[in-house]
Design a protein around this ligand. Sequence first.
Ligand SMILES: [Zn+2]
Length: 135
Amino acid sequence: MEPKIQKSKDEWRQQLTPEQFHVTREHGTEQAFTGAYHDFKGEGVYECVCCRTPLFDSSAKYNSGTGWPSFWSPLNPENIAFKEDLSLFSRRTEVLCAVCEAHLGHVFPDGPPPTGERYCMNSAALNFKERAAEA
Ligand SMILES: [Zn+2]
């Protein structure tokens, strides 16, 4: 499937911080326990830092102890794309934004119930949007 938003590397470089660019456009991984959201407990939605597509809800976030923000489910599976990643001598499943193909992180089968999945994300790939207070 073709991503809906396609920009050149230079366009992304202008829009993003160097760390955001490295993670989302060069398939980087931020160092554990250094990101903005691994120990963050705000209520709201995590969007793609590149295109603002809603990806994860804080209600599916949990503390995996890994040092990266972890979720047991995406907000809307249609906003997420998967790709087999055979780097680092192991088989992992890469998680991408379905709209702009930003690299977000990986998903592992050792998460908590009810899904048993662990979406291990990079803070640098996400932008947190606080839930508006109930009127
Ligand atoms: Zn995106």
